[in-house]
Write a protein that binds this ligand. Structure first.
Ligand code: AP5
Length: 211
């Protein structure tokens, strides 16, 4: 099954993608993670992307579409995938269609803006493997250290409150129109994302199975 996880920054797309990809044994493809990796490795795409990401703006479509196209051509993506954070504009959605990629379901994780601002200040990510935590809702076993790889966990540059506001503005202007786009195509299912993580996972899996 090919799915898109849609939602505001911090709605929990990455958290739920991690759960669902294990349950369904398909890869979760996060353009945000791929771009952060590209920035870390100073690749050509990473050098183009960095200033946009730091400011909470979208990276130009042509950069992201190129990265995504290469990733979904990989062998592990041939039996289904979750796209986490792509498409983010109508142009990106149209590019997916023109690549001949069939999307079965679009799961929108819906969380109000005020809850998002509170959530993001507590997020911490691993410098090594990129795993994501929350100081209150999903803490590491040892403070400041990743459970999975033992590297340091830090706050993302774009999780500073002023940048979160910019990301939310970008989301409402450029990405939220995709709800309409996929609703018209009969693909959109909305899941309330304000509950605890485990309850949101239960609702997400039920939405995927059409329950
Ligand atoms: P990206 O990494 O995709 O960031 P985002 O969409 O802003 O989403 P996040 O990763 O911040 O949030 P999430 O919804 O995954 O939430 P999470 O599960 O971590 O993109 C970063 C940047 O890259 C963009 O700003 C842009 O510049 C660029 N970019 C990426 N893709 C692009 C594209 N297609 N086109 C152009 N540019 C692109 O949860 C957040 C926190 O809340 C965590 O700490 C988590 O533990 C906690 N949490 C999750 N669920 C719950 C819950 N139910 N209750 C309590 N806490 C919870």
């Amino acid at each position: 099954m090919n799915m898109i996880f849609l939602g505001a920054p911090g709605a929990g797309k990455g958290t739920q993608a991690e759960v669902v990809c294990k349950e369904l044994n398909i890869p979760a493809i996060s353009t945000g993670n791929m771009l952060r990796e590209a920035v870390k490795n100073s690749t050509e795409a990473g050098l183009k992307a960095k200033s946009y990401m730091d400011a909470g703006e979208l990276v130009p479509d042509e950069v992201v579409i190129g990265i995504l196209k290469d990733r979904i051509a990989q062998p592990d993506a041939q039996n289904g995938f979750i796209l986490d954070g792509f498409p983010r504009t109508v142009q990106q959605a149209e590019a997916l269609e023109s690549m001949g990629v069939e999307i079965d379901k679009v799961i929108e994780i819906d969380v109000p803006d005020d809850a998002i601002i509170a959530r993001m200040s507590g997020r911490r990510v691993c410098e090594g493997c990129g795993n994501s935590y929350h100081i209150e809702y999903k803490p590491t076993k040892v403070e400041g250290i990743c459970d999975a790889c033992g590297a340091k966990v830090v706050q993302r540059i774009d999780d500073k409150p002023e940048t979160v506001l910019a990301r939310l503005k970008t989301y409402h202007e450029k990405t939220a129109p995709l709800k309409d786009y996929y609703e018209k195509r009969g693909k959109l299912v909305t899941v309330k994302g304000q509950n605890e993580i485990a309850e949101t996972s239960r609702l997400t899996l039920a939405a995927i199975k059409g329950e």
